[in-house]
Design a protein around this ligand. Structure first.
Ligand code: MN
Length: 358
């Protein structure tokens, strides 16, 4: 298990590589070329420069999160092959730079959705929160505005202003795309990536939909165990794999995370591990990583990863904003650093206990 932290790049993140380097046990970052648009080819030169910057700080790029997928690919438009060719070229360039894990998601129009980026908790910290009644009251444009107005001046991943400009157009284009079509378009995309992934041993790790149900009437297909297994089977190759995010899957309390970890054994090179607090049906908020701070049993989650022989990378996911820190909501330094240490503590305890019992 390697512990990492997400880092958005110089100029885009309030957290520096030097700070990340000082979190005990963290050896890598998960990053992206933030100033690129979906569908664009990432040049090998730009990837190389990013890599050099990370390595100069004593860290490594453990995975790319994300190379975003152009909507034409998700919709299955006549021009999708052009964008898939570009994606293949980006993977080729990443492979040449020795990068082997690429995260992506296949959510239409929107990435993750929250109704509140800074819900205040009793301890004075703030967290991202989701309330279905709030979401039902607003339209997608208002959602966009609210995310951008409340992100402390940072561009939230998945909520880039460029997407807002063509919001209505996008909704129109998805009009005839249902779950089945979206799934088939995903399989088509993955099959075309096969040769380049095999050539460079690249793992395409899909991030589950967040929340794990349809929002604004748009289809969502990576929402639970059955559908994840269906996808892994549809392209039954090691390169087609899962970025197991406990928080996203856990947004639906019916998802049994421990069971999903066991069911996807061997197909998870990368995990996002965070806790959530369920308040009532349709309302949840994020929490500190500790089991006692939310609704999930983080010990059991880490134990399931250990017992399935997990040898990939992990990162703490969204944290609370604490100690007066100003940063991108969910992506401050302090609470994620606490989370990284806590998760490593659990892992050490499980490891020593399992070895002692052998
Ligand atoms: Mn995640």
């Amino acid at each position: 298990m390697e512990m990492t932290l997400r880092w958005f790049g110089t100029g885009y993140d309030s957290v520096t590589l030097e700070q990340i380097r000082q979190i005990p046990g963290v050896t890598g970052v998960i990053t992206t070329l933030y100033n690129t648009q979906p569908g664009e080819v990432w040049s090998q030169d730009a990837i190389h420069k990013l890599k050099e910057e990370v390595e100069a700080a004593g860290l490594r790029i453990a995975a790319i999160e994300s190379v975003n997928v152009h909507d034409a690919i998700k919709i299955g438009s006549p021009d999708r092959d052009k964008y898939i060719d570009n994606y293949i070229q980006t993977l080729e360039n990443l492979g040449k730079e020795d990068i082997h894990i690429v995260v992506y998601n296949f959510m239409p129009v929107f990435d993750w959705t929250r109704s509140d980026l800074a819900r205040v908790r009793p301890d004075g910290s703030t967290v991202l929160a989701y309330n279905q009644a709030e979401i039902d009251k607003i339209n997608p444009k208002a959602m966009f505005d609210s995310i951008n107005d409340n992100s402390n001046g940072f561009v939230m991943p998945g909520w880039e202003p460029e997407r807002l400009a063509k919001l209505q157009e996008l909704f129109d284009m998805y009009k005839d795309v249902d779950d089945e079509k979206l799934f088939n378009n995903l399989v088509y995309f993955l099959k075309r990536l096969g040769p380049v992934c095999k050539k460079y041993n690249i793992k395409m790790a899909i991030h589950p939909d967040d929340p794990a149900w349809p929002v604004f009437g748009l289809p969502r297909i990576i929402t639970g165990k059955e559908r994840i297994l269906k996808l892994l089977k549809a392209v039954d190759e090691p390169y087609n794999c899962l970025n197991l995010c406990t928080g996203s899957l856990g947004s639906n309390p019916e998802n049994d995370i421990v069971d999903i970890i066991h069911a996807t054994k061997g197909r998870v090179p990368f995990a996002h591990i965070r806790n959530l607090q369920y308040n009532y049906p349709g309302d949840f908020q994020e929490a500190a990583h500790l089991s006692s701070d939310g609704s999930m049993d983080m010990f059991k989650i880490m134990q399931a990863f250990y017992q399935t022989g997990f040898d990939g990378i992990i990162r703490p996911d969204h944290g609370r904003m604490i100690w007066g820190e100003v940063g991108m909501p969910g992506y401050g330094l302090y609470d994620r650093a606490l989370g990284a240490c806590y998760l490593q503590g659990l892992w050490e305890a499980i490891d020593k206990e399992e070895k002692r019992n052998k």
